[in-house]
Design a binder for this molecule. Sequence first.
Ligand SMILES: Cc1cc2nc3c(=O)[nH]c(=O)nc-3n(C[C@H](O)[C@H](O)[C@H](O)COP(=O)(O)O)c2cc1C
Length: 286
Amino acid sequence: MLNAEKKTCKYNEQLCKYYEQFRVYADRILALSNDSLEKTVAVALALCLVCAVLVSLATVALRPLQSYNKALDMKKNILDVAGLLQEDTDIDEAFKERIEAKLVDLATGEYVDGDVDEYDQRKAAKDPAQNEVIPTDKDIASIRVKAKVAKVFLVKSGDKLQSIILPINGYGLWSTMYGFLALEADGQTVQSINLYDQGETPGLGGEVVNPNWRALWKGKKVYGENGEVALALVKGTVDTSRSDAVYKVDGLAGATLTSRGVSNLIQYWMSAEGFAAYLNKIRTNG
Ligand SMILES: Cc1cc2nc3c(=O)[nH]c(=O)nc-3n(C[C@H](O)[C@H](O)[C@H](O)COP(=O)(O)O)c2cc1C
């Protein structure tokens, strides 16, 4: 036993030395009066060290759980815009059963190969190897850069395509808003919009998350008769007697700038800069 102890200590000689020095120092500190400055500082430092170690351990240990919850939250947003989210929905199960993720080359509108589960479009938009700087005159959504490849989600009922969920983003008044636009299989009729990540003022621009406002989008059309992006928000309420009412959505009261931001991001992402090539293929090829 003695030999083993000696051997361990010999093997970690330097460590043993540090430990001995630490013991001597700790004993000296503990023997000091509680009012002494040296003891107060030493105890505060020791406490900081213990807390730092605990926080670091917690961060490392909780990382897998954080990643899982982040992915789960994204699936929830997608199911929500697809109209497949109820209170008792098993998110993982419903997502696996009904949603298929695909990667789309925005320039050609073609599907491309790649690890669709691992691909993160928001990260790709920040990576010079995967992104594209948007010329200022075309950057109506004020996003400066975009990923060349987008991750879209197809909602299927058996083998039949039911809807297409497209990622969209653009600047409002205070923040870049991120969301999804769900279109029916015709690539033209809106099913729903979900701007799940935004920093607009609650009660004003933040009303983009209001279910009543979101419901106004259902059935609206994206492209006009000449193929132009006609879908936009109006100031106030839509005049339903007008022939273009099917392309218009009520603006948010007291939030003209956020409303303009939503119009701009729709105009951008539905144009040739965004998903026009892809949606064109969907419309012609089915
Ligand atoms: C504290 C504060 C927060 C605001 N937040 C928003 C906002 O989130 N979105 C927005 O468009 N306008 C917001 N506004 C209002 C704008 O400054 C601007 O007045 C408004 O967009 C004009 O729209 P209106 O013509 O509908 O009133 C905010 C104003 C204040 C004072």
